[in-house]
Write a protein that binds this ligand. Structure first.
Ligand SMILES: *Cc1c(COP(=O)(O)O)cnc(C)c1O
Length: 337
């Protein structure tokens, strides 16, 4: 039985977005495919991006790495490194984040690895002082990560860049990588040898420079479960938060917050009849959402697209683009086109 809601993932848009990051940075772009490819499917994202020429992929954990079969010629790195009790997977490299992780990796047999240095975010990575105690390592990519890349004028950006240059001079490595999606937009000074875009590949716009440059990757459509006529003054849905200003026709969509169509879209989201935007009315419920389709020919069983352009949907709902994508839920029939 196919589900009455669909998530369409445009893999050629994904590949085009990846090419944009390569052109913008002027160096090879990798791809963050953690959190199941930001909710859109890591396997499919890896296949599409590898076919487009992407070689370096990043997941958060070994469990995520184990779920992937990597195409020949690609490289997969685990951003969270190696925790106590974890066994590295052959052919997958850890991004080591602390002296403890370095010791663990060396004890487990070692070999080529990546290393993360902290340059001011104070999340993951070795501190400047740790670097003096680093044993000899065969480092492929030396990484750091920027805290405020989506705020182009933030002083921490330049400070982190300067500290990363120092770390690069101190720690032998084959390649260096600093920029996430927004970091690539800060300019080629931030690109080094490799970039690590994530959200932008999936259509998220994290920086003014990317606005209008990235293609939409995810499309959300749901079937109409019922169409109902609501008399002027009658209310719709939980909390009776919307009253029909005139005799209205509301299409009840098979889509709700359990599918990541968050309650924050209540009263502000949009469904589309053909190309005409129609407002979400009342409160989004767990499995159902009402759309005011007054004056349109909408029938039970029809499919309606909801506005899921990430930047616009985030502006409307106040929910971060990252959360909108990774929260999409598991009930969709997924289509890769
Ligand atoms: C998630 C992640 C990225 C990708 O970040 P986006 O903002 O999604 O482009 C890059 N680097 C690291 C270390 C990450 O954890």
């Amino acid at each position: 039985m196919s589900a009455p809601l669909r998530l369409t993932v445009d893999t050629s848009a994904l590949a085009a977005n990846w090419r944009w990051f390569g052109a913008q940075g002027g160096v090879a772009a990798g791809a963050a495919v953690k959190a199941d490819g930001y909710g859109l499917g890591a396997r499919e994202a890896v296949a599409a991006l590898a076919a487009a020429g992407c070689r370096d992929f990043f997941v958060a954990t070994w469990a995520e790495a184990a779920a992937l079969t990597m195409p020949a010629g690609t490289r997969l790195a685990v951003l969270h490194g190696l925790l106590p009790g974890e066994t590295p997977l052959p052919g997958v490299v850890p991004v080591l984040n602390s002296l403890e992780q370095v010791a663990r990796w060396v004890d487990s047999g070692g070999g080529r690895c990546d290393l993360m240095v902290d340059t001011g975010m104070n999340r993951l990575g070795l501190n400047h002082a740790d670097l003096a105690q680093l044993p000899a390592l065969d480092i492929d990519v030396l990484h750091s990560h920027i805290a405020c890349a989506d705020e182009p004028g933030h002083p921490l950006n330049a400070a982190q860049l300067a500290r990363f240059h120092e770390a690069c001079a101190q720690v032998p490595h084959a390649r260096a990588a600093l920029a996430n999606s927004a970091g690539v937009c800060l300019g080629t000074d931030y690109a080094f040898d490799l970039t690590r875009p994530g959200i932008g590949l999936y259509g998220g716009v994290m920086h003014p420079a990317a606005a209008g440059q990235l293609q939409t990757v995810a499309g959300v459509e749901a079937r109409v479960v019922q169409v109902r006529d609501i008399a002027a003054g009658e209310t719709f849905g939980y909390g009776a938060t919307w009253a029909a200003p005139r005799a209205s026709r509301v299409a009840i969509l098979n889509l709700g917050y359990a599918d990541g169509y968050r309650r924050a879209f209540s009263g502000v989201g949009r469904g589309y009849v053909e190309e005409t935007p129609c407002p979400v009315v009342g409160r989004v419920s767990m499995d159902l959402t009402g759309i005011d389709v007054t004056g349109h020919d909408v029938r039970e069983g029809d499919w309606l697209r909801v506005d899921f352009d990430l930047a616009a949907a985030s502006a409307l709902s106040g929910i971060a683009q990252y959360e909108l994508l990774t929260g999409l839920g598991h009930r969709y029939q997924r289509r890769y086109v």
